[in-house]
Design a protein around this ligand. Structure first.
Ligand code: NAI
Length: 407
């Protein structure tokens, strides 16, 4: 088999594996396929291009849509999956794409003049707002997958500049409670352990940001036997971390003893150059937030001696004489140095995505520009499917109980 043939086969195997472990998406596809509810719709996807997203793209195609896919991060693309997917839908992504290539790929997916956009981090929506062109003429609206994308889009909405309706998929309970917390929690440690092959038990872990992702990362680190310290700017979340049994301290203090530093804030420079001057020798630095701005990688590259010491591991010798190890170039460690969230987690997120896209396709034309919540019935429908798939049943309120609760 040729190298390309081998790559395609590996990509197909990866997609087949997750297909078998994403039962909600399979059941939705089987039920909706005969009606082809997305027939005639063009959908542009900008999302980390790996096996689970390929599976989503194929499900949307099976419901009748024309699909174009780009990655939402230049380093998270799995090239074998992209090679397998491009036989089925228009695919524009490559691991290690330069900034110019990355921008060109986004332009390619918008060139289909989408009716619907599925964005992860807001880059595609930013492009739709930024440049003149007729990309947006058929556009009904967009679904946004992650916290950082919604931060950007809500900012546009506040400034009165948002041009179309956006569904806040990230904020659905069946998304953030599972994907951000349990998905990030497991996959971040999987990636850190794969990249470093080092022990976590008995080590000191500093988690910066105790939001949905940070909670999961801290919880799993604790489960692996680490001593966890949390850094936060929100006093309520810091108090929550204390009640969960974690220490709380500012980054500048806690970094002095940390063997692992993991950022998950959606903010910039949370581990600044000045903080790194206090870092422990051989500290491992990893980021789980959407953009590579959380650890001051730029200063590290400009002001410290660096060399690659292992796949996805760079060693930097600081002016203090101490060394730090940066994983995955400071980009989302779980997607760059690992396979991203577990398939069963993305099954939940993508069931929410699919139902939100269908809702937007139906209702979007009548909506003013704005950020809309996922319709509440979507959370319930996905949760019920999840429980049924696991063979679990729940109670329901009696008429008397409903009356008592005033429902
Ligand atoms: P969140 O809004 O629930 O939590 C962020 C937390 O960081 C907040 O508690 C906030 O107070 C804190 N924070 C902000 N600036 C800080 C600073 N300078 N120092 C210390 N704490 C600070 O957000 P969520 O959902 O946890 O997402 C965090 C980031 O992770 C976002 O960029 C999101 O897009 C990304 N994300 C990454 C995933 C992955 O697979 N790696 C999955 C889902 C989200």
């Amino acid at each position: 088999m040729s190298v390309d043939g081998d790559k395609i086969r590996r990509g197909q195997e990866k997609i087949a594996w997750v297909r078998a472990h994403m039962p909600l998406l399979a059941s939705l596809e089987a039920e909706l396929r005969p009606q082809r509810p997305l027939a005639g719709r063009r959908i542009a996807l900008c999302i980390h291009l790996e096996a689970k997203t390929a599976r989503l793209a194929l499900a949307l195609k099976a419901l009748g849509a024309e699909i174009a896919v780009a990655s939402s991060n230049p380093l998270s693309t799995k090239d074998d999956v992209a090679a397998a997917l491009c036989n089925e839908v228009a695919t524009h992504a490559r691991c290690g794409a330069s900034a110019a290539e990355y921008a060109a790929f986004l332009g390619e997916v918008l060139a289909i003049r989408p009716h619907l956009v599925l964005d992860d981090g807001g880059d595609l929506c930013a492009l739709l707002h930024g440049r003149a062109g007729d990309w947006g003429t058929d556009l009904i609206g967009a679904c946004e997958e992650t916290t950082t994308g919604l931060v950007r889009l809500r900012q546009l909405a506040r400034e009165g500049r948002l041009r179309f309706p956006v569904v806040a998929v990230n904020d659905a309970r069946m998304k953030y409670l599972f994907d951000n917390r349990h998905g990030t929690g497991q996959s971040v440690w999987d990636a850190i352990m794969r990249a470093t092959n080092l022990l976590v038990a008995g080590k000191r872990v500093l988690v910066v940001g105790y939001g949905w992702c940070g909670r999961g990362i801290a919880q799993r680190a604790h489960g692996l036997g680490a001593n966890v310290v949390v850094a936060e700017v929100d006093p309520v979340r810091a108090a929550e971390a204390v009640m969960e049994g974690f220490m709380v301290a500012p980054v500048r203090e806690a970094i002095a003893d940390a063997d692992f530093v993991v950022t998950a804030t959606g903010c910039r420079d949370v581990v600044a150059w000045e903080d790194l001057m206090h870092a422990k020798d051989e500290a491992i630095l990893a980021n789980a937030g959407h953009f590579d701005v959380e650890i001051d990688v730029r200063s590290l590259r400009a002001r410290a001696d660096g060399r690659r010491v292992r796949d996805q591991v760079e060693e930097f010798t600081l002016p203090t004489g101490r060394r730090v190890y940066l994983l995955a170039e400071g980009r989302l460690v779980n997607l760059v140095a690992g396979d991203g969230h577990p398939a069963e987690i993305m099954d939940l997120s993508f069931a929410v995505q699919l139902l939100s896209l269908l809702w937007l396709a139906r209702e979007g034309k009548g909506l003013a520009p704005g950020v809309y919540p996922v319709p509440p019935e979507v959370d319930g429908a996905v949760a019920r499917r999840f429980l049924a798939n696991r063979g679990m049943r729940i109670d329901s309120l009696s008429a008397g109980q409903r009356e008592y609760l005033g429902l």
